[in-house]
Write a protein that binds this ligand. Structure first.
Ligand SMILES: Nc1ncnc2c1ncn2[C@@H]1O[C@H](COP(=O)(O)OP(=O)(O)O)[C@@H](O)[C@H]1O
Ligand SMILES: [Mg+2]
Length: 294
């Protein structure tokens, strides 16, 4: 891990990026002429606050979501280790604490989880982070599937209902009909079938309005987006400006430092890169196979 961390630090230094600075977009010369349209959280919060549902309505909206129950087989087969606390959840719970701290400190609410290429563990980490957050009863969390070309959350959770979060963001279906509730405080919206026009949809001007509406109706503390891989299509970059921050998942044996560096640089032009999660680190032991560094 130290080796990768120092290789990343070197790559950042070489490109002149100041990774520790909060305003990363400003540090990137390549994008300096077209400043990143970063999300103005204060404006979004004000817009949401100006038309919030009353608390009772928010609670009713959560209560109305159909409940999702997971079978023990699904939990085991799909590595849902953070469902209940304990040793297996330690790595994810530590990640949760750090993510929450950074998000609260910055008044961020929307977190994207991405990776350079497929199969690095985005969905596994997004799902476990959501489960870990669900164990905090004072928080409301949403887990939202955006990897529409290779959707996997329905399969990983054993969801049979035909949920279609893509249609929600397209404005042709409602969130309430395309989400399930796990416990009292975690809403999950997945996509049952693949979609090919993802980049066009994710970049549509309707998207920010629909996300704002969801925030007004459900008042989530955190929205976690399980997003497409960055180096395969434009989908993630079409969406990046709608989130406050991003976690970049790297596969320990499949992702190169160069790939992480390219993604970090691209993302930093649109949003805040919170850190890199090194996943599938076998040598760290079964319960700590995630490494997180900034
Ligand atoms: N920490 C881990 N240790 C071992 N296998 C993992 C780990 N995280 C994910 N996997 C496995 O790797 C594969 C890809 O994971 P997935 O979360 O679907 O990746 P992505 O969403 O990035 O495509 C799955 O079979 C998953 O079970
Ligand atoms: Mg996935």
């Amino acid at each position: 891990m130290e080796k990768i961390q120092s290789a990343l630090a070197k790559a950042r230094a070489e490109r002149g990026s100041v990774a520790a600075q909060p305003d990363r977009a400003a540090a990137l010369p390549a994008r300096a002429q077209t400043p990143a349209p970063t999300l103005d959280r204060a404006a979004v919060a004000a817009a949401v606050a100006s038309q919030p549902g009353p608390q009772a309505d928010v609670q009713a909206a959560w209560d109305a979501l159909p409940a999702l129950t997971l079978s023990p087989r699904t939990i085991k087969r799909n590595r849902i280790v953070a469902l209940s606390g304990g040793r297996d959840a330690t790595g994810i719970d530590m990640m949760r604490t750090r993510v929450l701290q950074q998000m609260r400190d910055n008044n961020w609410r929307r977190l994207a989880i991405t990776s350079p290429t497929a199969a690095c563990g985005k969905s596994t980490i997004a799902l476990n982070l959501a489960m870990s957050l669900q164990r905090q009863p004072d928080l409301r969390t949403m887990l939202l599937e955006l990897d529409w070309r290779r959707p996997s959350l329905s399969r990983m959770l054993g969801i049979e209902k035909n949920l279609h979060f893509g249609q929600v963001l397209a404005g042709t279906a409602g969130f309430a009909d395309n989400a399930l509730r796990h416990g009292d405080n975690l809403a999950i919206a997945s996509n049952q079938t693949p979609m090919q026009d993802a980049a066009e949809l994710l970049g549509s001007p309707k998207v920010p309005q629909i996300l704002n509406r969801m925030e007004a109706d459900y008042a989530p503390d955190l929205m976690i987006f399980d997003t497409p891989p960055m180096l395969v299509t434009d989908d993630m970059m079409a969406f990046a400006r709608h989130v406050d921050c991003v976690l970049l998942v790297a596969g320990a044996e499949s992702t190169s430092v160069k790939e992480i560096d390219i993604c970090e640089q691209e993302l930093a032009s649109q949003t805040n890169v919170m850190g890199v999660v090194l996943n599938k680190c076998r040598y760290m032991g079964a319960s700590h196979d995630y490494g997180y560094y900034e």
